[in-house]
Unconditional design. Sequence first.
Length: 292
Amino acid sequence: MPTFTALTTLTGKAAAESLGEAMERLDPEPTGVGVFEVEDGSGLWEVGGYFTEAPDETALAVLAAAFAAKPFVVSELPETDWVAHVRRELAPVEAGRFFVYGSHDAEKLPEGCIPLLIEAAMAFGTGHHGTTLGCLRALDKLITDGFSAGKVADIGCGTAVLAMAAAKVWDGEFLASDIDEVAVDVAEANLNANGMSGTVRCVEAAGFDHSDLRAVAPYDLIFANILKGPLVALAPDIARYLRSGGYAILSGILNEQADGVESVYAQNGFNTHDRSEIGEWTTLVLTKQGAN
């Protein structure tokens, strides 16, 4: 069955949500409508719908005009077995001593590696994206330099691959949190698939807004692989819950945003230990000054 998408952008949350509601009344009706903020500081919102038959482009044009949105872009998507596609496209990833792979590549494990099994169906945070890969490489480098952590938090954990990587290397207390309940379930499933159930405590939370996260602080290492806006907002809390001399590994930062994020964290008592780029993404490794 073919799938069609219709996408547009406009300014303002209220207008975007109203447009999304109006799209649901189209004939043919969409099978789903999404409204998302564009995370680039532009103030734009994206509104999109999925259709199992070609949408009425005249009706879409009327809606775009009524809500001062850009004209809808309508596309037909090819029929794809996405899990099979991901398995073909996502080759195993090596990040120093870490080897991220799917079960279909289990026979490819290099000798002496630290394996991290992440299934293709759970592709966000597999290690292929520049942000996750950057964090794994940063962790590998800290380990090589002799750093050791007994308390680790993975904020915005996704698949929890970063928390798992740390728990594979060190003994201690490891917590992974995500604002999305589904991500927390995925994290638990990944721990089970790796024979690591119970080694990382997974909680649903925005930032550090969970008693379990606060109770374990101060941390030796905090991962936050999210986006610029939440990273900036989290700077005071990461400073509060990280011990003096501890490290924060931050990613989800576009290269052009890195200076701004670095400046905010400097104002919160951090020095830059390392900075790297993979494609369009920057990973920052920061260390906390002063005493807790």
